[in-house]
Design a protein around this ligand. Structure first.
Ligand code: ATP
Length: 286
C-alpha cells in the first residue's frame, strides 16, 4: 500500500498551516511526523484521514485520489485524533462495541478483537468501567484501541503518547511498531524520543513545510559538528541568540549544550548530536 502526498497546502483564513507538502509513505516501517507546536502535523493527519480538505494538492492511495474517493480511504483507515472523542456514560467495552458496529464489523470477530485490543492496551481490568471515570492516559489508550478496530491497513495516530506514563508509552510504541511491519503507520509527536527508537523514517514539519524526510540517523549526521558544549561560569548569562538544547547546573558553573554552525565561544567543544539536538539544528537552520 502507498500514500502519495502531492503539494498539499492548507490555508485557514490568515494562517497557512501546510505549504506544498510532498512525500510518499509506504507500508513496512513506522513513520514519525515530528515538529513543534503549530507546525501543521494535525492538519496533515486530518487531511489524510479525509476529515479536512486541502486548499490545493492531492493525496493518492495506491494511485487514486482520496479527495475524490474518500470512502476507499475510510475503509482501510484507523485514525486516532489528538482529542479522543468519548461517550462518558459507556464502559470501555460498550464504547468499542459501538464503534465496531459503526465500522460494520460482524459481531463475533468484533468481540474477540475488542477483548484482544483491551488486553493489548492494558485496559482489560477496566473494560467494564464507565469512560467518565477514566484518567487522561486511559482515554488515550481506549482511543488507540478504537483506532485499531477492524485491523486497518493504514493507521494514523495524532500524539498518541500524550498523558501516558513511561510503561504505557513503551506499550504504545511497541504495539505501533509491530503493526508497522506490514501496514502504513504514521505517528505524530512533538517529543522526538517517542519515535527515535521505532521510526524507520521521520518527516519533520516546520511552519507547514517539510524541512527533512529520511531516517533519524541521516538527520543526526547532518547535525554532526554543529552541537557544542561549554561551561558558563556562575553568574554569567548565556548569549540570547543561541539555540540551547540543554542547561545543566554543576559545581563549576552551568553546562550549556547548544546548536550552532560555529563555536559559540572558544571554550566550546563539539559533541555527538542526539536526535533532539539534530531536530533543533534542522528547525533553527544551523
Ligand atoms: N480550524 C482552524 N482554523 C484556523 N487555524 C487553524 C485551524 N486548525 C489549525 N490551525 C492553525 O494551523 C497551524 C497548524 O496547526 P496544527 O494543529 O496542524 O499544528 P500541530 O503541528 O498539530 O500542532 P500541535 O503540536 O500543537 O498539535 C496552527 O497555527 C493552528 O493555529
Amino acid at each position: 500500500m502507498e500514500l502519495t502526498i502531492q503539494q498539499l497546502t492548507k490555508q485557514f483564513k490568515d494562517k497557512t498551516a501546510l505549504r506544498g507538502v510532498t512525500t510518499t509513505i509506504r507500508s513496512g516501517g513506522l513513520v514519525g511526523l515530528i515538529g513543534p507546536n503549530g507546525a501543521g502535523k494535525s492538519t496533515l493527519m486530518k487531511i489524510l484521514a479525509t476529515l479536512e480538505r486541502p486548499t490545493s494538492g492531492d493525496v493518492l492511495l495506491d494511485g487514486h485520489s482520496i479527495l475524490h474517493h474518500p470512502r476507499q480511504m475510510k475503509k482501510v483507515l484507523g485514525y486516532m485524533p489528538q482529542q479522543v472523542p468519548i461517550i462518558p456514560q459507556l464502559t470501555a467495552k460498550e464504547y468499542l462495541r459501538y464503534l465496531a458496529a459503526i465500522k460494520g464489523l460482524p459481531a463475533t470477530p468484533a468481540e474477540e478483537q475488542i477483548s484482544a485490543l483491551l488486553t493489548r492496551v492494558h485496559l482489560a481490568a477496566a473494560q467494564n468501567q464507565r469512560l467518565s471515570g477514566f484518567s487522561g492516559g486511559m482515554r488515550q489508550r481506549v482511543g488507540l484501541a478504537a483506532a485499531l478496530l477492524g485491523v486497518p491497513q493504514i493507521i494514523i495516530v495524532d500524539e498518541p503518547s500524550a498523558g501516558l506514563d513511561p510503561i504505557e508509552r513503551i506499550m504504545m510504541r511497541n504495539l505501533l511498531s509491530e503493526l508497522a511491519r506490514t501496514r502504513i503507520v504514521l505517528l505524530s509527536t512533538h517529543i522526538v524520543s517517542d519515535v527515535e527508537a521505532v521510526a524507520s523514517r521521520l518527516l519533520l514539519l516546520k511552519d507547514g513545510q517539510l524541512v527533512f524526510q529520511g531516517p533519524a540517523q541521516q538527520l543526526i549526521q547532518a547535525a554532526d559538528g554543529h552541537v557544542w558544549e561549554y561551561v558558563l561560569p556562575q553568574g554569567q548569562p548565556p548569549q540570547d541568540d543561541q539555540a540551547v538544547s540543554e542547561m545543566r547546573q554543576a559545581a563549576d558553573g552551568v553546562h550549556i549544550r547548544t546548536v550552532a554552525a560555529a563555536a559559540p565561544t572558544d571554550r566550546a567543544v563539539t559533541v555527538t548530536p542526539t536526535l533532539e539536538d539534530a531536530t533543533l539544528s534542522a528547525l533553527e537552520g544551523r
